[in-house]
Design a protein around this ligand. Structure first.
Ligand code: MN
Length: 235
């Protein structure tokens, strides 16, 4: 090409998520998410537990919402649910990684909320259609600050909880995952060339439920900064 093409307008840069205790942030490249990764949660939604491969879906980086935000009740739904999850940030590239090497790719961990328009997801699921509008929408990927992997250690016995208006609704341990983090990374690395800034939402324990305007959500995992969210009136 002889002449540089003129860029017609600007689009936002990749969102950046703070790294705890450092003057640094993690830019978001892609957001991978796994469904039905805790047995009790798969059952509460009427699904059978699938053990042959993890169930993947994605969210666009524009779905990112920083922890501590107040967001309007999302459009197009009458049944928006919280799902409390461990979020993994990758800091090293990897392709066809073995499970025993998979945690070497991890930069850090954070608390996240996979906000879900359950009515849209359910209708799509029944018809065998994609989940996108139920899962990938503005403010649906709420993520707290990342803690470096070396500080957090390996995911295992840490407790994961979610409180709605101060009342505990989800309570499990990370070792309840059907596919542990190392297996998730190994599997997704057979499908994509993983790159720094790729994030993984690792699935939610039992106890998901609807939110309403005025609700305050607070999610915690031992050793990580919490994630919080307030729901305000719809636009
Ligand atoms: Mn989820």
């Amino acid at each position: 090409m002889s002449r540089a093409m003129k860029q017609l307008f600007d689009v936002p840069a990749a969102p950046m998520i703070p790294l705890l205790g450092e003057d640094a942030g993690v830019p978001v490249r892609r957001i991978f998410c796994v469904g039905r990764n805790y047995e009790a949660h798969a059952r509460e939604l009427g699904n059978t537990v699938q053990r042959d491969a993890p169930i993947w879906f994605t969210k666009t980086p524009s779905a990112y919402c920083p922890s501590g935000a107040a967001i309007p009740y999302p459009p197009g739904t009458a049944n928006c649910h919280y799902e409390m999850e461990l979020v993994v940030a990758l800091g090293t590239p990897g392709f066809r990684v073995e499970p025993q090497d998979a945690l070497d790719l991890v930069l850090g961990y954070a608390c996240g909320l996979d906000m879900t328009r359950r009515d849209l997801q359910g209708a799509a699921r029944e018809k065998g259609l994609p989940w996108d509008t139920g899962k990938d929408f503005e403010n649906s990927a709420v993520i707290g600050p990342f803690t470096r992997a070396a500080r957090f250690g390996e995911p295992g016995a840490q407790r994961i909880t979610l409180a709605l208006d101060g009342e505990t609704r989800q309570d499990a341990v990370l070792s309840d995952m059907i596919w542990p983090v190392r297996d998730l990374i190994a599997h997704i690395s057979t499908l994509y060339h993983l790159e720094p800034g790729d994030l993984i939402f690792t699935g939610t324990p039992a106890g998901v439920g609807p939110v309403a305007p005025g609700n305050r959500l607070s999610g915690a995992i031992d050793g990580l900064a919490p994630v919080t969210l307030e729901i305000t009136a719809p636009e």
